[in-house]
Design a protein around this ligand. Structure first.
Ligand SMILES: [Zn+2]
Length: 271
């Protein structure tokens, strides 16, 4: 599943090809994604100049003077540029045809993603207006997390994966950040010291930044014939390694399920 680093890399990859280009046409081959594509998208976007591209949580906003196209990659979606003559295949649901001779193509085999249009400030859209802070901004800091965690009985892993608390900490990154911080994933958020929560904040930032940097090396994949971006192969300490040896103490890593998500941790190193 594309996580925040993949979405950030997608945004950075497509941005230079979109800015200042004119949308000549929107081609919708399959409108039924997670939600139906906003029917007014073509009439509002065609003829418009793309002014900027941004990201909020896992949404990419493509902004024109008329409004914003909001794209979410869901479980299996990708957005990338192709030459206009590139034949569309079965899962290529939407093309944003540009004045540059290229088009921005949206491909999504499982169709859990979405393409929506809003004429208003996209930050006020119901899908975005209650999101927590971005993890890589100063708004996500230890004072903030300590205040939010106070009295909370939720397991810390479920807590940091809640997009109302902080966006973009998916399952892989939650597992890794808790291991790096020495915190058991099932410990109640409200029972963790300020010092350890502060360490967790730092480690979430470090792990996400590393993933984004790695993604930067695959930027070329966002342009070209069939170059669909793959997911990042980050070296992981715990995720996907249940039953293997802990990289710190060599004892066997434990797997459990928390909020239905695979949770791997070292019961010796994480307290
Ligand atoms: Zn260990």
């Amino acid at each position: 599943m594309p996580e925040l680093p993949e979405v950030e890399t997608t945004k950075n990859g497509i941005e230079p090809y979109l800015i200042d280009s004119v949308v000549e046409k929107i081609v919708i081959r399959q409108p039924n994604l997670r939600w139906p594509i906003t029917p007014e998208l073509p009439e509002n976007m065609e003829g418009q100049v793309i002014r900027s591209v941004s990201r909020r949580g896992k949404y990419i906003g493509i902004h024109t003077d008329n409004g914003t196209m909001m794209a979410h990659l869901g479980m299996s979606g990708s957005l990338y540029l192709v030459e206009q003559k590139t034949e569309a295949l079965f899962h290529d649901h939407v093309d944003v045809v540009l004045s540059t001779g290229q088009c921005l193509r949206y491909t999504d085999p499982r169709r859990f993603g979405s393409i929506l249009w809003t004429e208003n400030d996209w930050m006020q859209h119901p899908l975005l207006n209650s999101l927590g802070p971005e993890p890589l901004t100063c708004a996500f800091n230890s004072d903030y997390l300590v205040a939010k965690a106070k009295m909370r009985k939720k397991p810390i892993k479920t807590f940091i994966m809640d997009s109302k608390i902080v966006v973009g900490v998916g399952n892989i990154y939650a597992n890794e950040a808790l291991f790096k911080s020495g915190i058991r994933p099932d410990r109640h958020a409200g029972r963790i010291s300020e010092r350890r929560l502060s360490l967790l904040v730092e480690n979430i930032k470090i792990i996400l930044r590393e993933a984004i940097e790695q993604g930067g090396t695959t930027l070329k994949d966002f342009v070209g014939g069939d170059g669909k971006p793959g997911y990042f192969k980050q070296s992981l300490s715990v995720y996907g390694r249940a039953g293997s040896a802990c990289v710190n103490c060599q004892k066997e890593l434990t797997e459990s399920r928390l909020g239905q998500r695979s949770t791997v941790f070292c019961s010796y190193c994480q307290k």
